[in-house]
Design a protein around this ligand. Structure first.
Ligand SMILES: [Zn+2]
Length: 499
């Protein structure tokens, strides 16, 4: 609460990671370093990019607040971080916070399904540590990814948290500005944010999370209806992240009211009840790539886009599975393209050879026995790029990224783009740096589950989420769960909602 004329000082930063606990290995500090923004860099950002942190910066500046910058790291999804990596990241955030002395509020960008060695709920640990640092009276608020596994440990230390509603996540900035509004009302003494949440024992199929389509559009409508109720100041739904074996996994609802805990609980439960009653709707049947091609050809709407969701680099998969590339070659699909196979060795070979040369390569299939075998190609190097680009689709618009040396290879009409660092195709910006127009292909495979729609939905004739071999399979019954801690739908058809 500020009663003097000094503008409020608001700390802004975050630690973001979507942790796929079922993947082997660990997410190293190098991965977090790829997108690490130091406080002195954060304060200089224009606030124009479509991210939560940029939304906070824009909102804080519009209101004349003083920004106390913290570190902001955004690690590409992958296996859990080691305890040492987690401790270092949290230590850095807390050191930055303490360095500012007292602040009037803290705004964090957290994924909501971050886990580290021995810590199932790393976001909860971050929020609790920040709360311990700032004391009980300073408002602490956060925005989380739609794919969050929210827990009581996150709700307890925070005054308010909000979850994105879109997939692809195009509302990152909008959600940040929503939370800025809650912070402003709280600082002005007009709001006492009071939060309740409810977790459901429910797994949700990724293809049923696309908010532009039914049934997800109806779920988002229900969230908005709840948000707009008298007495409710914020309502959220988290659909969960399923490739981690922990009791945190599940769907959740959050409702914030103005000093009315009973109403918050009632509305969080009502929203959760609505979701639970429609639980069958959130489960998608599986579809093999060959069957998807058959359906696409029968429909005749080109380009046919296959979303190779089990090898979605955005979810932490290695991105070098070769099943769909082999299928495109076997079927002689011309013109077709696979975007992107993570293969630094092949990318390097192509860079050494140069554009226009034909090279013998073995593409992909190196990371894990299930992902191969590598695909032998006599490929023409059609384009080369350094992998530096700026997203220009609705999601992450304005954000710079780097995927390392990148090459466009082509044999008999089948193209593949190989990149050196894992990233999913979100829009057409990286392809453009290779001189490639993805719209001219009749068959496109993207190693992505939903975010590719940001840039690819406008050019797609038809889209199919397919279940090729991969480490992030969508068949929940086949995932090695042992620590969920309760009966969960659809693994157990008799699971109870629990309230
Ligand atoms: Zn997400």
């Amino acid at each position: 609460m500020t009663h003097d004329r000094r503008p409020p000082r608001i700390a802004i930063g975050g630690i973001e990671h979507e942790t796929a606990g079922m993947l082997p290995g660990e997410t190293s500090m190098t991965v977090f370093d790829r997108r690490r923004v130091r406080p002195d860099e954060l304060i200089k950002r224009s606030g124009e990019a479509n991210t939560v942190v940029d939304g906070y910066l824009q909102g804080a500046r519009e209101r004349g607040w003083e920004v106390a910058p913290l570190v902001w790291v955004k690690g590409t999804s992958g296996p859990p971080a080691s305890r040492a990596t987690f401790d270092t990241l949290l230590g850095e955030l807390l050191e930055d916070l303490e360095g500012h002395g007292s602040v009037d509020g803290v705004l964090l960008s957290l994924h909501g399904s971050f886990a580290a060695e021995g810590i199932d709920d790393a976001d909860g640990a971050v929020l609790q540590a920040v709360r311990d640092c700032i004391g009980p009276d300073v408002p602490l608020m956060s925005v989380h990814d739609l794919h969050c596994n929210l827990t009581e440990k996150m709700i307890g230390p925070a005054d308010a948290l909000a979850v994105m509603r879109t997939y692809p996540h195009v509302d990152m900035k909008e959600r940040a500005l929503h939370v800025i509004g809650l912070m402003a009302e709280t600082l002005a003494g007009r709001l006492k944010p009071t939060m309740a949440f409810r977790q459901l024992p429910l797994l949700w199929s990724a293809p049923r999370m696309i908010d532009a389509e039914s049934p997800m559009s109806e779920a988002v409508d229900q969230v908005v209806l709840t948000n707009d109720l008298d007495g409710v100041v914020s309502a959220s739904l988290g659909v969960g992240y399923q490739w981690v074996d922990s009791p945190s996994v599940g769907v959740s609802t959050v409702v914030v009211t103005d000093d009315d805990l009973q109403e918050a609980h009632q509305q969080a439960d009502a929203l959760a009840g609505w979701v639970w009653d429609r639980r069958q709707d959130w489960i998608a049947p599986t579809l093999k790539p060959a069957d998807a091609l058959e359906r696409g050809v029968a429909d005749g709407a080109y380009p046919i886009v296959l979303a190779d969701q089990a090898d979605n680099t955005g979810g932490g998969a290695p991105g070098d599975g070769t099943e769909v590339l082999r299928l495109f070659i076997e079927r002689k699909l011309d013109p077709s393209v696979v975007l992107y196979v993570v293969d630094p060795i092949t990318a390097s070979q192509a860079h050494q050879a140069g554009v226009g040369e034909t090279i013998a390569v073995e593409v992909g299939g190196r990371s894990h026995p299930d992902m191969g075998p590598p695909v032998k190609m006599q490929a023409v190097v059609e384009g080369l790029a350094d992998g530096e680009f700026v997203y220009d689709g609705p999601m992450w618009k304005g954000l710079a990224d780097s995927v390392g040396p990148t090459a466009w290879l082509q044999e008999a009409g089948v193209s593949v783009v190989v990149i050196s660092l894992p990233q999913q195709p979100v829009d057409l910006a990286l392809c453009r740096t290779l001189g490639m127009d993805p719209a001219r292909f009749e068959y496109i495979c993207v190693k992505s589950t939903g975010h590719f729609r940001s840039g690819f939905a406008p050019i797609a004739g038809s889209i199919f989420n397919v279940d090729a071999v991969g480490l992030l399979g969508q068949s929940f019954a086949d995932l090695p769960y042992s620590r969920l801690g309760r009966a969960v739908y659809p693994l157990d058809g008799d699971a109870r909602r629990g309230f």
